[in-house]
Design a protein around this ligand. Structure first.
Ligand code: GTP
Length: 594
């Protein structure tokens, strides 16, 4: 135990976490340059493209210092707000954290919130100033920020360039010298916390855990505290470049477990593994992660519903945070009401359906979970506009509120405050990190963030603002259900729950957007937005008479065929609502209105 060091990396996206992790692995001989090829810690396709570490992993390094052998466990943490519970569990598995800050950018919101998490768990923080090789690096200013933030000495800040391999040895030495060795009772009953899991279609789910007390041996009978399910520890081991099976993983150490579990929902990040014969309590801090954003997912072709169900079931096998149930829509037929951790999570699921399962799907207006209190005294949760109770039965509605932390250059304060106020936000605090950088905090409804808030924030700040948020509770709000009708037919998939004060504006913009997206028909199409019986906006698409083919001159058959095929393809993504054909994008139009 004395020679073990468990640490994670806290960094903002693109500040160099993966590059630095690679250098550490290389320096300790955990892998050589040839094996390294690309960045090792990020190994999911999507992760690479999105440039964020979606799933945390762990890797073990051996390092010799002053004649002593050390075991260094590096636990990777996801960098996006959607996955903040996973981050908190990775942090809880460590005694130290490298705080990596890009010397040309300074500290960002996500870094600060993860840093606070690390401080709450009493982690030793090792500040690292990365990218000092950049000509526009500002080591002095950024060091000031770091010193201000964590109250360390200037000389505690390690200067590094992950790109050029500078400062790597200093970092490893600091990990050994500054991070304390884990504590725990080697003879106590087994208490190991699950901080991550990975789906393996051949061997079942691989679980990554940290032992807090006792030890786990190959073949042990074990149980998960939160579910009470029992398993056999078929294989345990440590993670280097590959899995290395071991007979025992002792107190303070980090390892993997394979016990033939096929379904992700049995494995909860934060759960405790203990022994059946001598069970221990749960490690504190376990929470069931709850979905924050809900949306319907439907096959574009109604005949593909069974295929979609199959794909959803497979996705759920390896993503325990994805929840869904069956839903039917008059407009879209059979589909699924899905719950996601956040908007990024939703995008990932959509992309995985398309890439891994070759499905084209329609995703409906995302919504948060509202609470409705009815006149008869009961309380219900509303995850979809269709669940909105009749106004006569409704006493009041509450919606989830968040605290949002935004860090930006001082010159963008004005536009950021305007944006947040427009999103029903209230500014709570404003604090200068340096003369040029400001940290602001707002309280605002989560429902205002789920659409395009982040994109807007980025564009008004020219990419300089960073955002982090967490839920602070439910508050009463005047929410109404806004419906859309096409030639009098209600399109349930386009309904949304919106704030009354914004509902007319919303209706008008949505109608305008739909007018752009819905092609002209042989007849006139009326687009209306309504709250209850009251029409709040209307647009009309005028009729066309001519066939597109008529536009073709001469008798060029191949050209005609091409055009027809193109039309057919276009049709594939169309949905028939009453007599009106609606393209798939129209269902997402809500995301694009200002
Ligand atoms: P995510 O995985 O998206 O969270 O990003 P990350 O923090 O892991 O950053 P990554 O290691 O992918 O580095 C982001 C970019 O910065 C890459 O283009 C790296 O090549 C570059 N980079 C990393 N470290 C350095 C450095 O020390 N100097 C310079 N000049 N560039 C660096």
């Amino acid at each position: 135990m004395e020679n073990i060091r468990n640490f994670c990396i806290i960094a903002h996206i693109d500040h160099g976490k993966s590059t630095l992790a690679d250098r550490l692995l290389e320096f300790t001989g955990t892998l050589n340059e040839r094996q390294m090829e690309a960045q090792v810690l990020d190994n999911m396709d999507l992760e690479k493209e999105k440039g964020i570490t979606i799933k945390a992993h762990a890797i073990q390094m051996n390092y010799k210092l002053d004649g002593k052998e050390y075991i260094l466990n590096l636990i990777d943490t996801p960098g996006h707000v959607d996955f903040s519970y996973e981050v908190s569990r990775s942090i809880a598995a460590c005694e130290g954290a490298l705080l990596i800050v890009d010397a040309s950018q300074g500290i960002e919101a996500q870094t600060i919130s993860n840093l606070y998490l690390a401080l709450e768990h009493d982690l030793e923080i090792i500040p690292v100033l990365n990218k000092i090789d950049l000509p526009h690096a500002m080591p002095e200013e950024v060091t000031d920020e770091i010193v201000d933030l964590i109250g360390c000495k200037r000389e505690d800040v390690i200067h590094a360039s992950a790109k050029e391999g500078k400062g790597i040895e200093d970092i490893l030495k600091a990990v050994v010298h500054r991070v304390r060795a884990p504590k725990g009772n080697p003879n106590g009953s087994l208490q190991a916390m699950i901080f991550d899991s990975v789906f393996n279609s051949f061997r079942g789910i691989e679980i990554y855990f940290r032992v807090f007390n006792g030890s786990i041996r190959k073949g042990d009978r074990i149980k998960f505290v939160s579910t009470g399910q029992e398993y056999n520890a078929d294989e345990i081991g440590v993670l280097k470049l590959d899995k290395q099976p071991k007979n025992e993983i002792g107190v303070g150490n980090v390892g993997y477990l394979i016990s033939g579990i096929k379904v992700a929902s049995e494995v909860h990040v934060g759960d405790t593994i203990t022994s059946i014969v001598n069970p221990a309590e749960s490690v504190k801090g376990f929470e069931q992660v709850k979905p924050m954003v809900f949306a319907g997912i439907y096959p574009v072709e109604t005949s593909e519903f069974e295929e979609l169900r199959d794909a959803m079931e497979k996705l759920q096998l390896n993503d325990a945070s994805l929840v869904w149930e069956l839903e039917t829509s008059a407009a879209l037929g059979f589909g699924f009401r899905c719950g996601f951790l956040g908007m990024l999570h939703m995008e990932i699921i959509q992309e995985r359906l398309e890439r891994e399962f070759n499905m084209t799907v329609i995703t409906t207006v995302p919504s948060v979970q509202f609470k409705a209190y009815l006149t008869d005294g009961s309380e219900i949760s509303i995850n979809a506009p269709s669940e909105m109770p009749d106004p006569t039965r409704l006493d009041r509605i509450e919606e989830p509120f968040i605290k949002a932390q935004i860090i930006s250059k001082a010159e963008y304060i004005g536009p950021i405050i305007t944006l947040c106020m427009d999103k029903r936000g209230i500014i709570k605090n404003q604090n200068y990190l340096t003369t040029d950088r400001v940290e602001m905090s707002f309280e605002m409804p989560l429902s205002e963030i789920v659409f395009d808030f982040f994109d807007k924030l980025k564009s008004i700040s020219r990419g300089y603002a960073s955002l982090d948020y967490h839920l602070i509770g439910f508050r009463e709000s005047d929410m109404v259900k806004l419906d859309v009708m096409l030639n009098g037919d209600k399109v349930d998939a386009l309904s949304a729950i919106v704030h009354r004060g914004k509902s007319h504006d919303w209706g008008r913009k949505l109608c305008e957007k739909l007018k752009e997206l819905i092609p002209r028909h042989m007849f006139e199409v009326a687009i209306q937005a309504a709250i209850g019986q009251k029409i709040v906006a209307r647009e009309t698409i005028s009729a066309i008479r001519k066939n597109v083919i008529a536009k073709c001159y001469g008798g060029d058959i191949s050209r005609k065929r091409k055009l027809l095929e193109k039309q057919k393809k276009g049709k594939k993504r169309m949905r028939q609502i009453g007599t009106v054909e609606v393209p798939q994008e129209a269902f997402m139009a809500v995301l694009k209105i200002d």
